[in-house]
Design a protein around this ligand. Structure first.
Ligand SMILES: NC(=O)c1ccc[n+]([C@@H]2O[C@H](COP(=O)([O-])OP(=O)(O)OC[C@H]3O[C@@H](n4cnc5c(N)ncnc54)[C@H](OP(=O)(O)O)[C@@H]3O)[C@@H](O)[C@H]2O)c1
Length: 216
């Protein structure tokens, strides 16, 4: 049975990814900050294993890696993220740029066992397109994530994994708001389709949920 880990699956795009993979018969390791009251995630039918994780908590990241034991992850999606309103710049950088790398490296053995695929959810707002000016705290954090993945992907590939960053679309979620043109269903279907088509040649790329190359 193929296995996926979705980091940040309590709502929005992560919850929909968990639903779709579980409906397709995958084993889903899904993380939430509230495992004792998981809400909609707790009602997803299928082989869904819930794990408590705040991505800022290093000890909890280590505990998740240990909880996976000898399981192999065919796919790891790091989806958790925050926007800038109401959070300090340091907090936004920590959650959006530093934690995804720490989580990915902590779970690397599990992904490597499967020769699996790693998708870090970034944003078009993190594309600098050659400009050095600030993109705001959120954009800067996603640009920093993109840079970190681009830098590390060649080394990660030596473990037999393929890693990309993805723009999920402007999606109708708590973060994207009700005016966003893309539904969670479309975004999650698109992301899953991109993942299913990844080859080692894609390692280190920045793609959209439609599978197009996104400019850095
Ligand atoms: N929606 C868009 O238009 C859009 C566009 C571009 C990129 N993105 C990116 O796509 C990803 C998902 O976005 P979304 O729209 O689905 O957002 P969302 O509805 O706000 O959901 C965010 C998810 O991240 C989790 N999370 C936040 N901080 C966390 C932490 N410290 N530890 C663990 N989990 C944490 C949340 O958990 P809680 O429920 O515990 O808060 C929730 O599951 C994010 O990385 C976002 O930056 C979204």
């Amino acid at each position: 049975m193929p296995t996926v880990a979705i980091i940040g699956a309590s709502r929005g795009i992560g919850l929909e990814l968990a639903r779709q993979y579980a409906a397709d018969g995958w084993r889903v390791h899904a993380t939430t900050r509230r495992p004792e009251s998981p809400g909609a995630l707790g009602e997803v039918p299928g082989d869904v294993v819930l794990h408590g994780l705040d991505v800022r908590d290093e000890a909890a990241v280590g505990a998740l890696a240990r909880a996976l034991g000898d399981d192999a992850l065919d796919v790891l999606v790091h989806n958790a993220g925050i926007k800038d309103g109401g959070h300090s710049r340091a907090e936004v950088m920590r959650v959006n740029a530093e934690a995804p790398i720490a989580v990915t490296e902590a779970l690397m053995d599990a992904v490597a066992r499967a020769g699996g695929r790693i998708v870090l959810v970034s944003s078009q707002l993190g594309a600098r397109r050659g400009s050095r000016k600030s993109l705001g705290d959120y954009g800067d954090s996603k640009a920093a994530l993109n840079d970190a993945v681009r830098e590390r992907a060649p080394r990660w590939a030596e473990r037999g994994v393929t890693a990309i960053v993805i723009h999920p679309g402007w999606v109708r979620t708590d973060m994207g708001g009700s005016a966003a043109p893309v539904s969670v269903d479309e975004s999650a279907h698109g992301i899953r389709s991109v993942i299913s088509r990844l080859t080692p040649a894609d390692n280190g790329r920045f793609l959209t949920w439609r599978g197009d190359e996104h400019p850095w």
